[in-house]
Design a protein around this ligand. Structure first.
Ligand SMILES: Nc1ncnc2c1ncn2[C@@H]1O[C@H](COP(=O)(O)OP(=O)(O)O)[C@@H](O)[C@H]1O
Ligand SMILES: [Mg+2]
Length: 418
């Protein structure tokens, strides 16, 4: 006869338990109201969170103005952030609108936050951050990064490219830049700041700018070894803090392969980062890439999509050859529950563009160039739309200033009385 031994819940079963409200609030701290420049919890926009024993979460979000143009973005961010917890089965938002008293309270907080907590990084709050990751090297992560960054910039955006592959950098070569970076005095900072290398891309109305930073600009390809002693996370921190990025609509980060250090650092410094995972079509490669996605999840970074690179090569006669296998991208996307954003074919033009320092996504023809451009469009339209600052921000910030001026006057009056 078999005995059934009662067991204590294991770590595995407790991992899928419903989240606590602390868990939910800490996930919500990654949702930034880009207009007010702080997270929605700090701003007091989340008065209540309800969690059922089965993991259905209802988040109450109070908007400053009911018709706020950022509503859709906040909705998407709240849903996807809360869903990162493995015990969450459903996320719903109850919308509310602040009364004028609550509104001025929030705006005071926003300004106070901006004043007292100078942001840890030089990346503007309104900038969308996309980290391109893979489980291992050689899958085309750097090629994907520069091609997408260039294609997005060529739609009229200012796009930062941060080469976080400190020892294996290849961004300088892929973009044909070799000027060393300079640190110059900048207004509002005691220390001189590193000025990124700039590149103009696209033309006419949609001309944009790439701002590029890489250790390759600091050390030259030959002396990269000297950086071996440097902690990876420290280097990335420096790039986020000591570079004068200025205006940015997007920041693309070429992540080092494998390691979790940089992901953890990013999660701490830029918790709003969206991760795109690159994999080859081989079903075996997909396992390695899944590990990278898993690491992202554990550091609470959101994985927003999968890109398959080196998909089937089509010869001049129209015959397709799946040199590196088939199906890996879709399988990985299904496994982690995110969309497959595109399949970039294996094409000599990609490598040639890299060698020439001109990403094929700019003016190139052919399938690979088209796929890069279509993924860029999808990023702009759907995955990480640019933050629309044209909405209520000007009016709101005007109100904040008025409220603060009133407070300052009050305080001045009080201190002159005493
Ligand atoms: N779709 C592609 N078609 C042809 N060659 C490619 C493609 N993607 C990448 N490559 C080439 O493969 C090599 C590795 O790409 P790279 O972007 O440096 O990978 P990673 O950054 O993942 O190490 C480079 O020589 C690059 O030119
Ligand atoms: Mg690389």
């Amino acid at each position: 006869m078999d005995f059934v031994i009662p067991v204590e819940p294991t770590a595995a079963s407790s991992a899928t338990a419903a989240p606590s409200s602390d868990d939910v609030f800490s996930l919500l701290r990654a949702v930034i109201d880009p207009e007010l420049g702080a997270d929605i919890v700090t701003l007091g926009m989340v008065p209540d969170v309800q969690i059922s024993p089965f993991g259905a979460v209802v988040v109450t979000v109070k908007l400053t103005i009911g018709g706020c143009p950022l509503r859709a973005q906040i909705k998407k961010d709240v849903e996807s952030r809360v869903a990162l917890h493995p015990g969450v089965t459903d996320v719903r938002i109850e919308w509310g609108e602040m009364n004028s008293e609550e509104r001025s309270e929030v705006m005071l907080k926003a300004r106070w936050n901006a004043r007292e907590h100078a942001p840890d990084t030089e990346i503007p709050q309104s900038c969308r951050v996309l980290a391109i990751a893979s489980g291992k090297g050689g899958v085309g992560k750097s090629s994907v990064t520069v091609n997408l960054a260039a294609a997005v910039a060529a739609q009229g955006f200012t796009v930062g490219v941060l080469d976080a592959d400190i020892w294996g950098f290849s961004v300088p070569r892929l973009l044909g830049i070799d000027e060393p970076l300079e640190a110059l005095p900048v207004e509002g900072s005691e220390k001189p700041k590193i000025i990124p290398n700039e590149l103009t891309v696209g033309r006419g109305l949609t001309q944009g700018t790439l701002k590029v930073v890489s250790t390759g600009f600091l050390v030259g390809e030959d002396t990269a070894l000297m950086w071996r002693g440097l902690m990876l996370t420290k280097a990335v921190e420096q790039f986020l803090r000591d570079v004068h990025w200025g205006e940015l609509d997007y920041l693309f980060i070429d992540m080092p392969p494998g390691t979790g250090d940089v992901q953890m650092g990013l999660a701490r410094m830029l918790p709003r980062t969206d991760m795109l995972v690159v994999t080859t079509p081989a079903l075996a490669a997909q396992k390695v890439a899944a590990r990278a996605a898993d690491m992202a999840r554990r550091s609470f970074l959101r994985v927003s999509g999968v890109i398959e690179n080196m998909s089937s090569f089509t010869c001049d006669h129209g015959q397709a050859y799946a040199l590196f296998g088939e199906g890996g991208g879709q399988a990985l996307a299904d496994q982690i529950g995110v969309p497959l954003l595109g399949q970039v074919p294996l094409e000599p033009s990609v490598a040639a563009g890299g060698d020439a320092g001109t990403p094929v996504s700019l003016d190139g023809t052919g399938a690979a160039a088209d796929v890069f451009r279509s993924i860029a469009r999808r990023i702009i339209d759907d995955i990480a739309p640019p933050t629309n600052m044209a909405g209520c921000s000007a009016r709101m910030l005007g109100m904040v200033d008025a409220a603060l001026a009133a407070k300052d006057a009050e305080r001045a009056a009080q201190s002159s009385e005493s």
